[in-house]
Design a protein around this ligand. Structure first.
Ligand code: HDE
Length: 702
């Protein structure tokens, strides 16, 4: 009977046979990797057939005895681990930190002792509110978590791309996050704060107002993870060899400058490429364009802290860079993507309490609470106290503990001594000289649940942030508030937010109230401390005032057809490469098009798959004979109309004029004619401005 049954049946059999046959031919082999390795079970047993489970007869029941099938399915069933409760969606990369010069004066941390020293690093960027599968361009804070594998153990600077936070005490974190994430009864909206619960909580939490200004600014919709700043947020301490303390704030400054997208653009990017940020990082690193940040420190002593306008322990406050200029102490370069996303990016465990000797905590109540949370959350996610045995989390310096056993223990002590002190002359010993020492701060006071009076000013720095913005950015903040509050269905919540805005900036409050169609202006919210109007604007808080002034690291989308001017295209390609920029060719068909000189232009995208939101600027290079077909493509019209509406620079050849007309474009100085290769240099220089915001009032995006 068995002989009559084909061992392999169905389509899988055909593939299997084909692969086996071709394998015998010498070019292709059975495994996807192309290796000659024999497939095995996790126990190492060779597998003869991975296409069919073991059964009795061709149409009979599957047998429990099929240990390969059972092991395969069992393992698959357990592939998922709990996603992070916040910052679930993230993307990481490896790199290094290079120290500029010795900081021994301030800290005894080994990483800061020698100029030119390189320390391995792993960075994970993330959004906060969305689940693991959410889209990259959500309006949200971005996590900026850095793990430095120092010679004295791992140092994690678990920061964000905004220097302040919503709350002042960690005890409010679960409430904030519950309110921000999907509502519990409906389980929506996903990755959006534009809903009642979030704004209800915010409207009842005045301390969040400064952070709300940041979250409603363009900082919340970065163009690339490479173009955003990072901040340690809290005040930390540095301790030198004499245990003298200097307060410190950590700032990461991107070498390629700051850049964000427009909200309407973000919404469209999420549809066109929900992986926009991770793809951008992947592409840049694979192309050898390694993103880089400078680590800058704001250093200050107790006298500065005592004299500063706000409490340096309050995480809803910044110290403006104009008040306390930061010093550059090193650079962080990301030069390698993980080999495996799960093993590295998903399993990496950042913890605020990972600090080396010479770095210490302050009493910031948010930081103190985080120091509990991060260790606790790793048990839930990674399932064992031995999560430090996972390579991405293991220190890269020698380390010796007496910890043993537990689930998945990979490293186990050898020898007899698993305690100390012991009489066997075995095992590590503590070292008062080398070991971590806390700053011996004198603490006293009643045991009570208190919020310091010095934390009570909730509006002054919110106002300072707002007045520091470029008028275009101020407009975006008003639009973002209007959009978010327009999704709030309970009118009183909208009114409450406007009543807070009245304490920040009267014109902003009125603009939002008007845009929301509020029937009457509410009274300003009761403020514990009146808003200060004497704080000077800080240009460093603006993105537009800190743009790169060059197109390096950005991408031009070039629309071509059959008959495109090859010389012009070539000049554009050369000019962009010289400027350190990238380009992508978009054609009616992804296979490409034939240029006017008969050469073939390879395309990377077809028009319908590459809306202009994926690019920083566009060049329209079609040829006249192809226009009739191109004009029929509504995606070609959208390509142009969106580029214009998002205030992008548009280069065009004369043949493209009917397309500009069809998209309703009224030419301005950022719609630039490219008559020949001579015009390319000027065009690329203009691209360095990134956007032509002067157009915005004409293309109101809401
Ligand atoms: Fe976090 N946060 N957080 N957070 N946080 C986590 O730890 C928490 C806060 C930040 O890429 C969790 O491993 C509390 C501020 C980043 O893996 C958790 C409070 C800042 C990441 C946690 C805060 C951050 C996290 C979830 C209020 C900026 C992602 C998974 C006191 C300075 C790290 C995890 C990564 C992740 C707790 C507030 C940044 C639950 C209790 C402020 C970048 O432990």
């Amino acid at each position: 009977m068995a002989k009559q049954i084909s061992k392999l049946a169905g389509p899988a059999a055909a593939i299997h046979d084909q692969k086996l046959q071709r394998g015998e031919g010498g070019e292709l082999h059975q495994t996807a990797s192309g290796s000659t390795d024999v497939l095995t079970t996790a126990q190492g047993g060779p597998v003869s057939d991975d296409q069919n489970s073991l059964r009795i007869g061709a149409r009979g029941p599957t047998m429990l005895e099929d240990f390969h099938f059972r092991e395969k399915i069992f393992h698959f069933d357990h592939e998922r681990i709990p996603e992070r409760v916040v910052h679930a969606r993230g993307y990481g990369a490896h790199g290094y930190f290079e120290t500029y010069e010795s900081l021994a004066r301030y800290t005894r941390a080994d990483i800061f002792q020698r100029a030119g020293e390189k320390t391995p690093a792993f960075v994970r960027f993330s959004t906060v509110a969305g689940n693991k599968g959410s889209a990259d361009l959500a309006r949200d804070v971005r996590g900026f978590a850095v793990k430095l594998y120092t010679q004295e153990g791992n140092w994690d600077i678990v920061g964000n791309n905004m220097p302040v936070f919503f709350i002042q005490d960690a005890i409010k974190f679960p409430d904030l996050i519950h309110a921000a994430k999907a509502e519990p009864n409906s389980d929506f909206p996903q990755a959006q704060t534009a809903h009642d619960n979030f704004w209800d909580f915010i409207s009842l939490t005045p301390e969040s107002m400064h952070m709300i200004m940041w979250a409603m600014s363009d900082r919340a919709i970065p163009r690339s993870l490479r173009f955003m700043e990072g901040f340690g947020v809290h005040t930390f301490r540095l301790l030198n060899a004499k245990d003298e303390s200097t307060f410190v704030k950590f700032l990461w400054k991107p070498k390629l400058g700051l850049q964000s997208v427009a909200w309407n653009e973000a919404v469209k990017i999420n549809g066109a490429d929900p992986d926009f940020h991770r793809r951008d990082l992947w592409d840049a690193i694979h192309a050898g364009n390694f993103p880089e940040w400078e680590l800058q420190l704001q250093l200050f002593d107790q006298d500065f802290a005592d004299g500063f306008d706000f409490d340096i322990l309050d995480p809803t406050k910044i110290i403006p860079e104009e008040v306390l200029p930061p010093i550059a102490v090193g650079r962080l370069v990301l030069d390698r993507m993980p080999d495996n996303f799960f093993a590295e990016t998903e399993q990496v465990a950042f913890m605020t309490q990972n600090v080396p000797p010479g770095v210490d905590f302050s009493n910031d109540p948010l930081l103190q609470g985080r120091n509990f949370s991060y260790l606790d959350t790793q048990i839930k996610r990674l399932g064992s106290t031995n999560f430090t045995h996972i390579p991405i989390n293991a220190p890269k310096c020698p380390f010796h503990t007496f910890q043993q056993d537990g689930h998945m223990a990979m490293r186990n002590p050898v020898g007899r001594a698993n305690y100390q002190p012991n009489s066997w002359d075995e095992g590590p010993r503590e070292s008062p000289q080398k070991g971590f020492r806390s700053f011996a701060e004198a603490e006293a006071g009643p045991k009570a649940r208190l919020r310091s009076e010095s934390f009570a000013d909730h509006y002054s720095q919110a106002r300072q942030f707002y007045i520091s913005q470029h008028p275009v950015e101020q407009g975006h903040i008003a639009s973002a508030l209007t959009f978010e509050l327009s999704k709030v269905q309970t009118p009183v919540i909208r009114e409450r937010i406007v009543s807070h805005l009245l304490n920040i900036d009267d014109a902003l409050a009125r603009k939002v109230a008007d845009a929301l169609g509020l029937k009457a202006m509410p009274k300003p919210a009761d403020a514990a401390v009146p808003t200060r109007t004497d704080l000077a604007a800080s240009d460093k808080l603006s993105i537009l005032k800190n743009g790169p002034g060059r197109f390096e690291g950005r991408k031009l989308g070039m629309l071509v057809t059959d008959g495109t001017d090859a010389a012009l295209l070539d000049a554009l390609k050369r000019g962009l490469t010289k400027a350190g920029a990238k380009f992508e060719i978009i054609a009616p068909k992804v296979g490409g098009a034939k240029a006017d000189d008969g050469s073939w232009i390879d395309a990377q995208q077809m028009i319908a798959g590459a809306p202009s939101v994926l690019y920083d600027a566009v060049a329209l290079l079609p040829a006249k004979p192809a226009m009739a077909d191109l004009l029929k493509e509504s995606t070609a019209r959208d390509f142009v109309a969106d580029a214009f509406a998002h205030c992008k620079f548009i280069g065009f050849v004369e043949a493209a004029t009917p397309l500009l007309d069809k998209a309703g474009i009224v030419e301005d100085e950022a719609v630039i004619a490219l008559a020949s290769a001579k015009d390319v240099a000027g065009f690329i220089t203009r691209l360095g401005e990134l956007r032509f915001w002067a157009r915005e009032p004409k293309v109101k995006l809401g």
